[in-house]
Ligand binder design. Structure first.
Ligand code: ARG
Ligand code: ZN
Length: 848
């Protein structure tokens, strides 16, 4: 097929690359890159193909001698030397190419960001730097010389030489090209160290632009915590004497795990109480840990090909989630992760972009850095851990590292490790990796003569290209509660492998209340006929904190669905919220999570999954009405919770005070419907940290009365782009729907809006797509505005344009008028001349 890469067509590379030695002469418009490759044929004779894009070839030498033009072919995607031109044994190949980092707006390969040279090579960016087999199963030793007058010159591994205008780096660990990195610029380091369990001293540096050094301490401390945790939880030590992190302002994604030289989006490094929120702190710590953890799960053991991306990403996300749970949030972490999984991954799985964690074909691999590969990939690893238990999981991981260190692996390798470590047959379990879709798990209950039976039925709806879905192996954690909330049966892990399967619990004196899918033991949609009274009971009594939250969440969701269709809120729900609000024994962060209502997108998804067209305006109105109703009914309790959660003294991002702030801000939103935003205004004026300042501002924007506060915020933070992203984003997300498109159009038209920077673009347009009723306006004006901007961004930065096109993945949920507008928007993108491969693939799938 044209332009399609298939998993089934994988072939090993016919050459081994023993080493690559590179020299960079940096210049914005004409950087010269020399590369010397030492190659050896693996088996028999083969043509040598090297990937290369947008490179101007200036010289090519084979075995030291110039290669005449007739001896090789050059295309838009690479360079091929025919087998008969090549010697039989090992040989060297030298190339010199010219590239223009200053004109690289795609931010892939070597590019410039505010005067800083930096690289992003995953997945296929290295081919924009030099001719090379740009595939993860080719691992080589890299030596790098950088020539430039800039003061700081960095690459992977260890520094081996430094002079005026040059630096040399050598990385002792063979690696695939996607882990190559180079940075050059005027940077300042915040430094520290870490001594590994076996006594190796490691120098740590966080490199940022002058002036930003004051905001690096938290990132450094996070790195140290991550290094320690990986030794304790996985027995993994760091393997170089140096670990560098660099913050750059223009970056397509969050961060990148290049060997010994991680490169980060600056918003995921820089933090101070005045400029970063509690959520930012939590996220910075998690992403620093994530990229560090990749050193073992990604770098030492990498992927054979990009279809195996979830081998490193799913596992590394699972590891960073476990880390945040252990060092910061405890049970609340699972609640956050599941809420995010449902909002993003279940949404993807239910729409036209659904794909398995390990896909089997793609046109543009950058389009597969998805929530399914990352977050569902992490859920699948989590299920393996639950099936094997903590010791079994640790033994499997030990075997994985022992068996596969230094290799480029597949999902099959990974599963075999779990089979060998546990003696289990995981062939059915593997379906989680190779099939798309979220299973629906229906359960009914029977109680007779002291025996309680759960009858489960599983079914996975079809997804694009996959009509038939055989049953999955589903771990279902179940506990049984008695009428007083006492635990009759502790958590047990049921294993469902059939399409229908029953599980019996014997010897019960009373009919129990079941707590099913504790800890969200599998990424499925659980369907159970229950009553609001029973859910309220579980919200009050479940001993599993996740299911306690879950009971409240589903009560809220069902209440909102009913209200959106003209019904009234369930009295049991209104009562339960009052109890939760007043329950001072519960953790404040947990209470905040229970109070926060499901978002409008989640409600729309739930309505659409019943086959009914979702009405964004009715959903918005219902959510608003429920906030008013709750605030009116429990006003005194909201006030008490708001005042009781005040955090005196200096700011700390720790979970304790952050949880209190979270509760305070959750209650503030309800109270604003009673006091016309008076408390929010007061908090905004008194706030000394960004969490409260932005939290109060958000409430004011949602109330439609934030003009003065927005102006003050902009006056204070106008020179801080990362803070102004928040200013733009709260307005885009929370401005009442009828005014949102107009507001976004005005902010976008501001000549100071630097839309070519991905953080700026996402803050405004990404924010707008999250304004559910504003984006999905019935007249299509939201879609049209968004489409204009995607079309404008695509020629400069296809990767970010393609990623942001996922705003359209839910168009089938809505009525015919909205569907027609969305289809017209997609058709307009598809018809744009010169559309990138990235965005073309996405709109094709979205419309299909
Ligand atoms: N490996 C990085 C991470 O998850 C993500 C890099 C993805 N970049 C891209 N252009 N697709 O940690
Ligand atoms: Zn990753």
């Amino acid at each position: 097929m044209d332009g399609v890469t298939l998993l089934s067509e994988y072939k090993p590379y016919p050459f081994e690359i023993e080493s690559i030695s590179m020299t960079f002469r940096l210049a914005p418009e004409a950087t010269v890159v020399r590369a010397e490759l030492k190659l050896a044929p693996r088996a028999g004779r083969a043509d040598l193909h090297l990937d290369g894009e947008e490179l101007t070839l200036r010289e090519i030498l084979l075995g030291g001698a110039p290669l005449p033009p007739g001896a090789y072919t050059l295309t838009k995607t690479g360079l091929t030397i025919l087998a008969e031109q090549l010697p039989e044994g090992p040989f060297t190949l030298e190339t010199e190419v010219e590239i223009a980092p200053a004109r690289n707006t795609a931010l892939e390969g070597l590019y410039m960001s505010n005067g800083l040279y930096c690289t992003q090579c995953e997945a296929e960016g290295f081919r924009k730097i030099t001719f090379y087999p740009d595939r993860p199963d080719v691992m080589a030793r890299f030596h790098v010389r950088i020539e430039s007058d800039l003061p700081v010159l960095l690459s992977n591994g260890n520094p081996v030489g430094l002079g005026k205008g040059w630096a040399e780096w050598d990385d002792p660990w063979p690696k695939p090209a996607y882990l190559f990195a180079l940075v050059a610029g005027d940077l300042r380091a915040t430094s520290g160290e870490f001594t590994t369990a076996s006594g190796r001293k490691v120098d740590l540096n966080i490199w940022v632009r002058p002036g930003d050094e004051t905001r690096c301490d938290f990132a450094l401390a996070s790195l140290q915590r991550a290094m320690k945790w990986d030794e304790e939880a996985y027995g993994r030590e760091y393997d170089l004497d140096l670990f560098n992190i660099v913050a750059v302002d223009d970056f397509n994604m969050g961060a990148m795990e290049n060997k010994g030289l991680n490169i980060f989006n600056s918003k995921l490094v820089l933090a101070s109480p005045e400029t970063a929120t509690d959520t930012d702190y939590e996220r910075i710590e998690a992403v620093i840990a994530h990229e560090y953890f990749h050193n073992w799960t990604g770098n030492r053991i990498t992927c054979r090909d990009w279809f195996q991306l979830c081998l490193k990403e799913g596992l590394t996300v699972f590891r960073d989630q476990s880390f945040t749970r252990d060092v910061r949030l405890g049970a609340l972490k699972r609640i956050e992760d599941v809420a995010a999984l449902r909002a993003r991954q279940f949404r993807e799985d239910a729409g036209p972009l659904a794909h398995p964690p390990r896909p089997s074909s793609y046109k543009e691999i950058n389009n597969f850095y998805t929530t399914t590969v990352y977050e569902k990939g992490a859920e699948v690893v989590g299920m393996l851990a639950r099936l094997l238990g903590p010791e079994g999981y640790r033994a499997a991981l030990d075997l994985y590292f022992e068996r596969h260190d230094g290799q480029a692996c597949t999902i099959e390798d990974w599963i075999t490790v779990f089979e060998d470590a546990s003696g289990r047959d995981l062939s059915q379990f593997k379906l989680w990796y190779v099939q798309a879709g979220t299973p629906r798990l229906r359960v009914a209950e029977r109680f007779e003569n002291g025996t309680y039976t759960l009858d489960f039925v599983q079914e996975t709806p079809p997804t694009p290209g996959e009509a038939e879905k055989p049953p999955r192996h589903i771990p279902i954690a179940v506990g049984l509660l008695g009428p007083n909330g006492n635990e009759l049966r502790p958590t047990e892990m049921l294993e469902m492998t059939q399409a229908r399967q029953s599980f019996r619990f014997e010897g019960l004196a009373v009919r129990p209340v079941p707590s099913i899918l504790r800890g969200f033991s599998a990424p499925v949609l659980l369907e159970r006929a229950t009553t609001p009274a029973e859910q309220a009971f579980l919200l009050a009594h479940d001993t599993d904190p996740f299911n306690r939250w879950e009971a409240g969440r589903s009560l809220a969701r069902e209440t909102l669905m009913a209200m959106a269709e003209g019904g009234a809120p369930a009295p049991d729900y209104l009562e339960a919220v009052g109890q939760m609000l007043a329950d001072e024994s519960a953790d404040p962060g947990f209470r905040a999570a229970c109070l926060r209502l499901p978002g409008e997108d989640e409600i729309a998804a739930a309505i659409a999954s019943k086959g009914v067209a979702a009405d964004p305006d009715a959903i918005h109105a219902a959510r608003r009405k429920l906030m008013e109703t709750l605030a009116q009914k429990h006003e005194a309790a909201f006030v008490a919770a708001y005042e009781g959660a005040a955090v005196p003294g200096p700011y700390s991002p720790d979970a304790g005070p952050a949880g209190k702030r979270s509760l305070r801000l959750a209650t503030l939103a309800f109270l604003a419907t009673r006091d016309s935003g008076a408390r929010a205004q007061a908090l905004f004026e008194a706030a000394e940290n960004m969490t409260e300042s932005l939290g109060a501002l958000s409430v004011l924007v949602a109330e439609g009365g934030a003009a003065a506060a927005l102006a003050r915020f902009a006056a204070r933070w106008g020179a801080e782009p990362l803070v102004m992203d928040k200013w733009r984003s709260v307005q885009a997300v929370l401005t009442p729907p009828e005014a949102a498109a107009g507001l976004v159009a005005r902010l976008a038209a501001d000549p100071g809006f630097e839309w070519k920077n991905p953080n700026r673009f996402r803050s405004l347009l990404g924010g707008f797509a999250a304004n559910h009723a504003g984006f999905h306006r019935a007249d299509g004006a939201g879609y049209a505005l968004y489409t204009d901007w995607l079309i404008r961004l695509d020629p400069l930065n296809p990767q970010t344009a393609a990623r942001m096109s996922t705003a359209f993945e839910t168009w089938r949920r809505y009525d015919a008028t909205r569907q027609a507008h969305a289809q017209a928007a997609l058709a307009r993108i598809a018809a744009t001349p010169g559309l990138s491969r990235d965005l073309a693939e996405m709109v094709g799938r979205l419309a299909g």
